[in-house]
Design a protein around this ligand. Structure first.
Ligand code: 2NL
Length: 360
């Protein structure tokens, strides 16, 4: 019989030296496998005398058990090490910082910028922002706004209609944001001070018209607001929006079904190329329409026109964006050309505020 102590020491060295589970398995086969060094010794037991076997048996069985134990222990260690190695190799560093300049490459679209500017101005004056659906009913887009059925004013809007339902009623794409004001009047009690910016749609497409465009309307309803307040408000708005100390305004009589009297507002300007200088020069620039809310509209909203009155105004956002920022072509607004946006767009963190400045 071989020197069992020497064999055990040799096997323990081999187990300790095995650097992965494959190498360890090779050591196990070499020791405890069918033809392994320990197994070969165990085979010798058969040819021993009972006397010899009495001491050799327990010694060999003990060796086999200790080696099996050492193999199992080493296997546990290698398994843990393997997992640790994989975790390290497959780790994803979720703490990676944002690439330098990432925020700088995005741009705010001029329409969004101008909506934010208008919101900052009217927000400061105590107005809330109201929203409503783009897909409207004939009632909210026309009837409730005092467009009589069959009235030519309905045709003026070049409306996109959906197919009629079984009752013959047609939904439509709103042609102005006035339905939002109507819905707000129905929902909340006066005093009401809101602006309604958003997308509007008309079947119109040329150099100065796109089928989808943007409007903002304002509405004030209480017991005493009058044209004097309206005029002051619009002047304050124009000064703030065009970022000038003075504007000169001109009110011209006009017609809208939902206001009476109705007016169009021009401001004094000088044109220099694509840009307009506000408050100087000999030109007049038409910038919005307004008026006192028609008693029929107040009544349609469920309010008593002998108690409540107010005014409303509306303007084209795309148009006043072009005027302020000197953009020559309206259609570029909706071409989704990244070069145009890089040129005319605004930096995301330059959020318009009255104290910080509307446009940086
Ligand atoms: C324009 C003129 C205007 C209104 C919009 C309005 C809304 C309600 C009641 C009364 Cl619910 N009026 N809106 C009033 C006057 C003019 O828009 O030129 N927009 C581009």
């Amino acid at each position: 019989m071989a020197d069992l102590d020497a064999l055990e020491a040799e096997l323990r060295d081999a187990i300790a030296a095995a650097s992965d589970e494959g190498a360890l398995e090779a050591v196990r086969i070499a020791a405890l496998g069918k033809k392994g060094s320990v197994s070969e010794q165990l085979k010798c037991l058969g040819s021993m005398s009972p006397e010899e076997r009495k001491t050799a048996g327990p010694a060999l069985n003990g060796l086999r058990d200790r080696i099996a134990e050492a193999l199992a222990a080493r296997k546990e260690i290698l398994k843990a090490e393997g997992i640790a190695l994989r975790l390290k190799a497959e780790a994803v560093d979720i703490t990676l910082p944002v690439r330098a300049g990432g925020l700088e490459s995005g741009r705010i679209h001029p329409v969004s910028q101008v909506i934010d500017e208008i919101t900052a101005i009217f927000g400061d004056l105590g107005f809330a922002v109201a929203e409503g659906p783009d897909v409207e009913t004939d009632h909210y887009n026309f009837t409730a706004l005092n467009f009589p059925v069959g009235h030519p004013a309905r045709e003026m809007h070049d409306t996109f209609f959906f197919n009629p339902d079984e009752n013959g009623e047609r939904l439509l794409l709103r042609t102005h944001t006035s339905p939002v004001q109507m819905r707000t009047m129905e929902r909340q009690a006066p005093p009401i001070r809101i602006i309604a910016p958003g997308r509007t749609y008309r079947m119109d497409s040329d150099q100065t018209h796109t089928p989808m465009f943007h409007q903002v309307e304002g509405l004030v309803i209480d017991r005493t607001s009058h044209i004097g307040h309206l005029k002051w408000l619009l002047e304050a708005f124009c000064r703030a929006y065009f970022e000038v100390d003075k504007v000169e305004m001109r009110l011209r009589p006009s017609f809208f079904p939902f206001t009476e009297p109705s007016m169009e507002v021009d401001i004094r300007c000088r044109r220099v190329g694509n840009e307009v200088r506000i408050g100087e020069g000999d030109d007049w620039l038409e910038i919005l329409g307004c008026g006192m809310v028609h008693p029929n509209v107040i009544r349609f909203a469920g309010l008593d026109p002998d108690v409540y009155q107010g005014f409303a105004f509306g303007m084209g956002i795309d148009r006043i964006a072009m005027l302020k920022y000197g953009m020559p072509d309206l259609r570029a607004f909706f071409d989704a050309d990244i070069r145009w946006l890089s040129h005319y767009g605004f930096r995301p963190l330059d959020i318009p505020t009255l104290v910080g400045g509307l446009s940086a």
